[in-house]
Design a protein. Structure first.
Lengths: 431, 265, 89
């Protein structure tokens, strides 16, 4: 910071997007302030979650050797639930001696702190308990940020990167996007449930240090959403996510959904005897590709959740990828000593060529289809479970008769054509 | 110019302390640490004095390396530099040994002080003795329970108001002096963005026992003539009496009970 | 689990000022009062024809602001060091 309170760049928000952007710029020789409103990075952050190796590995090679990670993910599970049964699919890889792994569970309060410390090592000035509430404009250009009254709370820079999360007040103030509407965000509620490592490994059929990520559907009363269980070292992250507009229709308390999920016969045995350690809630961008706002303007870029760059089941890695590209665009602008929208448009171009936007584009039509199709999250999970329960139940009735009943149920409730259409419309959700 | 030393302590956030329902022990694990609230008032007062009269503010603390976080917070509020006395030899000190350690550091590093400010008491042990003992060790006057401070640097004096039981005393005293400050003296400020960033370049000097010197028998456990025999939570209150019904009946019953218990007549 | 028990798990440093800025002038016209159902910590309660707001247990998710059909809720940030601090997240 010089005497006038100026940096080359100010990044607001020390989450995955902001820290990555700050780190990238600092490595390129820029003087960067990273401002975090929490007491420490991660204090206000919540995620599911799995941290994928890409693109973090590009930013911090061999991060898995030093980062505070919980478990390496070797087991991907998906459960289709009805009220009292569940069909579980598990894809498990041989994790023996296979480090580095594709993904790791993490505790945000620990990981974000560590990650921001890496940015500090690279020369970033990290300020915590720094509550930025506005941008400073001059001649139509973003020139700084404000954290309260008076000049002492103003900070100036050639460039501001807003990575202030899904509710991004700064992106809204900069006119880059509107505040979210209820069908652009989902509400996630989560509990961290403490369990001994041995119990977790036994319950999920894991070796020491290995982990499971489990996603479920059919636990949101037909509304768009689902549940999840992630294994941490000594705890499970258990939660339910539901599209906010659907939650409004449902008129249930979000924690009632969580209670139902935790009590489900297919979930309860995993968490039994565990001790709740934390309860949290967070909004998750569900705006799809169509919702991605303009990413830049004169003197400013946005990254991560602030730009709705989140697409189930990925978010943290998309945030990091966008932060990295924003950082690169900033270095390009610094080199040309021009932070105008025209120069910063390189961010937009790089994003369009990136995995982030390509993935979001691929999923976009499915996203819309799921949003408007009540069958996906209610009828299908229920029907699958109902048919399986009937077919697997041995009671002297011939399987031929049961198969016939299953077929007619399927025909009456959905129909082949509609099922095919639904499957096609949601093809983008294919992993 | 008024040079101040503010003594602060990093304490567990007592609001976060839980009692284990089975063992009745205090659960300390996972309890976050904070800057002791009365000490924050001390920093604020020092910064206000500095803004008015100029001078330099040094924050001083004794504690583990993590206590740097509390010192940093003091710097963001406007203190100039910080000293952390951190050594295993200082550990398990009672108030006497703590006062010896802090007083020695003040003599060694800030003997030019005009004013020492301490919080009235720390919320973890609530002894309220350390500040007074520092003053005794440095052989300077002290006033505790201070709720108002007015400094007259030219006349080398201070006029303070202190709260005692049922009245307020106004005391005029010479500098240098130690003041024990308490809630109500001021409302601590929020750090400004620029001061947070400037504080990144302020010094937090960590001092160990070798550097501090002095009599090794007066530090830590060895230098502590008092010790805590046992910590236990207060016995849980017996369930109260809850009466339901109309206002008239319940009030009548309440009066009856109070008369029976001879609490009113 | 009751919401009070859940909130007991979290670390709050409660500010003396309410950071949930609510203009209740439209609440009587509001049919569904979605803030009272979506809030994951029950900070909004409709009681005797009045909206009762308790910001102390706010986990700062921002859902209330998004769902208010009259745009009358503004979730500001609690000042430095205040509000919820997640230890896990």
């Amino acid at each position: 910071m010089d005497a006038e309170g100026k940096f080359d760049a100010i990044v607001v928000g020390a989450g995955p997007a902001g820290t990555t952007a700050a780190l990238t710029m600092a490595r390129g020789g820029m003087k960067v302030a990273l401002l975090e409103r929490g007491e420490y990075p991660g204090a206000k952050n919540v995620f599911g979650g799995v941290l994928y190796r890409w693109p973090l590995e590009e930013i911090i090679p061999k991060f898995w050797e030093t980062a505070p990670l919980e478990r390496q993910i070797v087991d991907h599970r998906f459960m289709v639930m009805s009220k009292d049964s569940g069909l579980l699919l598990s894809f498990k890889v041989d994790g023996r001696g296979k480090a580095p792994y594709n993904g790791y569970t993490a505790i945000r309060a620990k990981f974000d702190k560590w990650y921001a410390s890496k940015a500090e090592e690279a020369g970033v000035t990290l300020a915590t308990s720094a509550v930025v509430d506005d941008i400073i404009m001059k001649d139509g250009k973003v020139v700084g940020v404000r954290a309260g009254p008076g000049i002492e709370n103003e900070l100036y820079a050639d460039l501001v990167i807003a990575a202030d999360g899904v509710n991004s007040g700064l992106a809204v103030r900069a006119g880059l996007r509107e505040p979210p509407s209820p069908d652009q965000v989902a509400l996630g509620v989560k509990e961290v449930v403490e369990l001994p490592a041995e119990a977790i490994e036994a319950r999920f059929n894991l070796r020491k240090g290995e982990g499971t990520r489990m996603e479920t559907m059919g636990c949101t009363h037909g509304k768009m959403g689902g549940g999840f269980v992630y294994t941490n070292a000594n705890s499970l992250s258990v939660g339910v996510v539901i599209l906010l507009s659907h939650l409004m229709e449902l008129k249930m308390k979000p924690y009632e959904l969580l209670d139902e999920f935790k009590a489900h016969p297919s979930i309860e045995p995993f968490i039994e005897g565990g001790k709740a350690k934390e309860y949290s809630a967070h909004l998750i961008p569900e705006a799809g590709y169509k919702g991605v706002p303009r990413l830049y303007r004169d003197g400013m870029m946005i990254a991560g959740d602030a730009a709705y760059l989140c697409s189930y089941p990925e978010g943290t890695n998309l945030a990091m990828a966008s932060g990295m590209l924003a950082g690169k665009a900033a270095l390009h602008a610094k080199k040309n000593n021009d932070f105008s929208a025209k120069t910063l448009s390189v961010y937009h171009e790089m994003m369009n060529e990136s995995y982030v936007i390509k993935e979001m584009k691929r999923k976009d039509s499915s996203h819309t289809a799921m949003l408007n199709n009540p069958r996906i999250f209610g009828l299908y999970p229920d029907l699958i479970n109902e048919i399986l329960a009937d077919v697997l139940h041995v009671n002297g009735e011939t399987k031929t008769a049961k198969h016939k009943r299953a077929k007619s149920k399927f025909r009456d409730k959905v129909g082949l054509l509609r099922a095919l259409r639904d499957a096609y419309s949601t093809r983008g959700m294919a992993p | 110019m008024v040079n101040s030393v503010v003594c602060v302590k990093q304490v567990p956030d007592v609001a976060e302390l839980r009692i284990d329902p089975m063992t009745h022990n205090v659960i300390r694990e996972g309890v976050p640490s904070i800057l002791n609230p009365d000490d924050r008032i001390g920093i604020e007062e020092a910064v206000r004095i500095k803004e008015k009269h100029g001078g330099r503010i040094t924050v001083l603390s004794m504690g583990p390396p993590q206590a740097k976080a509390a010192l940093f917070e003091c710097l963001t509020m406007g203190a100039d530099n910080a000293i952390l006395l951190s050594d295993r030899a200082f550990a398990a000190a009672d108030t006497l040994a703590t006062a010896y350690t802090l007083a020695r550091a003040i003599k060694k590093y800030r003997n030019d002080f005009d004013l020492i400010i301490c919080g009235r008491r720390a919320i973890d042990a609530e002894t309220g003795q350390t500040g007074i003992q520092i003053a005794e060790q440095l052989d300077i006057p002290h006033v505790a329970y201070v709720k108002n401070v007015e400094l007259f640097p030219e006349q080398r004096k201070v006029v303070v108001k202190r709260e005692v039981e049922d009245h307020i005393e106004t005391i005029e005293a010479p500098l240098p002096i130690l003041l024990g400050v308490m809630e109500g003296l001021n409302k601590p400020r929020l750090a400004t963005l620029r001061e947070i960033i400037r504080s990144k370049n302020k010094e937090i000097k960590v001092v160990n026992v070798v550097e501090l010197g002095g009599d090794l028998n007066l530090y830590g456990l060895k230098g502590s003539p008092t010790w805590v025999a046992k910590v236990y939570p207060p016995p849980p209150k017996a369930g109260g009496i809850i009466k339901s019904g109309g206002t008239r009946e319940t009030v009548t019953e309440l009066v009856k009970i109070l008369v029976e218990k001879k609490l009113i007549n | 689990m009751k919401i009070e028990e859940r909130l007991f798990l979290d670390r709050f440093n409660v500010d003396d000022k309410n950071h949930l800025v609510v203009d209740t002038s439209k609440c009587l016209e509001c049919a569904n009062k979605p803030c009272t159902t979506v809030c994951p910590v029950d900070d909004y309660n409709w009681d005797n024809g009045k909206l009762i707001i308790s910001y102390e247990g706010c986990v700062e998710c921002g859902a209330c602001e998004v769902v208010c059909p009259f745009d009358k809720i503004k979730v500001t940030y609690p000042p430095a060091g205040k509000g919820v601090s997640f230890r896990f997240g």
